[in-house]
Design a protein around this ligand. Structure first.
Ligand code: SDX
Length: 355
């Protein structure tokens, strides 16, 4: 098993999961990358088949969860519903307080498998439709799009969704992963650690940025308008959503792939409009902040992924939950590491000045 769950070189713009570069990993199924993160090495063919079968067998959520979703306030963000339902279904898991490796693996499978179903069920019910049961013949990405739409996605759309989940899956000790890790370090259960991650990811400075990017793209009426929009924001000292990063001081390597995928979708759909607005926004931010002021503010993981969600006709209210669908495998990998250590994380207040 490779020691480091992930490796980031913020100056060179490199990201690796278990020592494998993400540009190689995006060519694999999400299930294989999820297995890599949690088990520490890539699965063989039979291991992958068994892991995928376990995930697909656990995609359904119970009637009680559907009933609670029906009682939700449909004006909330899907992350608020997801946080509630993950917590609710934990009481039905017989392994809830079994922190043995086997017990935690069973819970990990259920969480990875059920979170997309919860998000899709909330989306359908909030829009006055019945939930679509998961289709075990479809990949993680294709099945999610199928459950929110009620019809199967194109091969390109399914491929893009898989890659989105892979690129979102893990990123060392980001805020939500740290939050999950701290919860697991007290030997609290895996559902509680994932709920901690969900609550933290929701923030607009973190996972919530994708929805903000989507709203920004809608606000910019044309590629020509992008420059004016950015200049006005910067003049008011406001941050441009989807740009900047605490660790990357160059282009986020995930953003590079997301940009390529968003262009592929734009060309396939014969609609360059949102892509061109995004490119014009990027050009202006780079010119104004990087070239003129020397500030390393580049597109991060949330900029072009927000553009992709527009091409996939995904509403902004689902954007952060989709980030969580990918990231839950990373949270779980870090939690498993913490369960193995059996050592509580207890920083000192002065360390906060360094964070
Ligand atoms: C994620 O940690 C992770 O790995 C997170 C993540 C993951 O995979 O888990 O990568 C996912 O959260 C990506 C980030 C998504 N958030 C956004 O896109 C929101 C917009 N970005 C900013 O809020 C900001 O860039 C942060 C929060 C991402 C990083 O902020 P830092 O490192 O704390 O930088 P800062 O706020 O101290 O800013 C430093 C300077 C400031 O200018 P000065 O005061 O020095 O003059 O850079 C400027 C900032 O104003 N700046 C920006 C900017 N981000 C920083 N200016 C304009 N637009 C921006 N987006």
């Amino acid at each position: 098993m490779s020691k480091n769950i992930s490796f980031i070189d913020g100056l060179e713009g490199i990201l690796k999961y278990r020592e494998i570069d993400i540009n190689q990993l995006v060519e694999l199924p999400y299930d294989a990358v999820s297995y890599l993160l949690i088990m520490g090495e890539l699965p063989g063919d039979q291991e992958l088949a068994d892991y995928s079968a376990r995930l697909r067998g656990e995609r359904e959520i119970n009637r009680e969860a559907i009933d609670v979703i029906r009682m939700c306030n449909f004006n909330i963000d899907s992350m608020e519903a997801l946080r509630t339902i993950v917590s609710f279904i934990s009481q039905f898991d017989p392994d809830i307080n079994d922190n043995s490796p086997e017990g935690n693996m069973r819970k990990a499978i259920r969480l990875i498998a059920k979170i997309p179903t919860i998000v899709a069920a909330y989306h359908r019910i909030a829009n006055g439709k019945e939930p679509v049961p998961p289709d075990p013949s479809l990949s993680h990405g294709a099945n999610f799009l199928y459950m929110i739409r009620g019809s199967k996605p194109s091969d390109l759309e399914a491929e893009v969704m898989e890659k989105d989940f892979i690129l979102s899956a893990e990123h060392e000790l980001n805020a939500s992963t740290f939050s999950s890790r701290v919860t697991a370090s007290t030997l609290s259960d895996l559902y509680s650690a994932v709920v901690s991650g969900l609550c933290t990811l929701k923030g607009p400075l973190h996972g919530g940025a994708r929805a903000e990017v989507m709203a920004m793209i809608d606000e910019i009426s044309s590629p020509e308008d992008a420059e004016k929009y950015v200049l006005e924001k910067l003049a008011k000292k406001e941050k441009i959503m989807g740009f900047g990063h605490r660790v990357y001081k160059t282009y986020d390597p995930r953003g590079v792939v997301f940009k390529q995928l968003s262009r592929q979708l734009a060309e396939a759909k014969g609609n360059m409009y949102w892509y061109e607005i995004a490119e014009a926004t990027e050009r202006t931010v780079i010119r104004e902040l990087v070239e003129k002021k020397g500030k390393p503010i580049y597109p991060n993981v949330d900029f072009y992924s927000g553009v992709i969600y527009k091409y996939l006709d995904i509403p902004p209210k689902l954007a952060t939950s989709i980030f969580a669908i990918g990231r839950v495998s990373g949270w779980i990998a870090h939690c498993f590491d913490q369960y193995e250590k059996k050592k509580i994380i207890r920083p000192r207040a002065f360390m906060l000045d360094e964070c």
